[in-house]
Design a protein. Sequence first.
Length: 168
Amino acid sequence: MQLQEIDKSRYRNHLNKVIGACIAALTIGSLGIAQTLILLFPDADGSHFHWNLLGVVISCSVIFYVLRRVKLHPFMVEVVYVWELKQALNRITRKMPKLKKAAQQGNVNAMLAIHYSYAGSRQLWMLDDNTITMEELAIWQAELDALAAKYQVSLDAADYDEGILRAF
């Protein structure tokens, strides 16, 4: 996955609308389904937990289906990009201890994966206004840059390919 520049305000606007629609659909759908089932199949004990649970499960399934169907719609471009970026960064984060060890030994692919992770994290944190840990990220980046200089390696996030993670 290549890093892309996206419009922060458009992303936040679309994300808020998608979240709002999902919350509304979950609320209305689960309550509507549960109430319909309770009307059709009343319980003498007054416990309708299973109908409420079924309403939530069905509503979640419908929301998931709809999100997968509209994933390629132009409205969803930024939201899907950030979702996929988070998944890519999580895959790197799970392998980070091995990557850091290999980078210390001069492994170019490990340094490239770490560099991509830092660049992606920086973009993600800026989009989400999560600037608290940006100073730490700058320190980590400086350490990585020192390693790259030591081993005379040029790092570019555009060169990253997820396939290099298989070696770690």
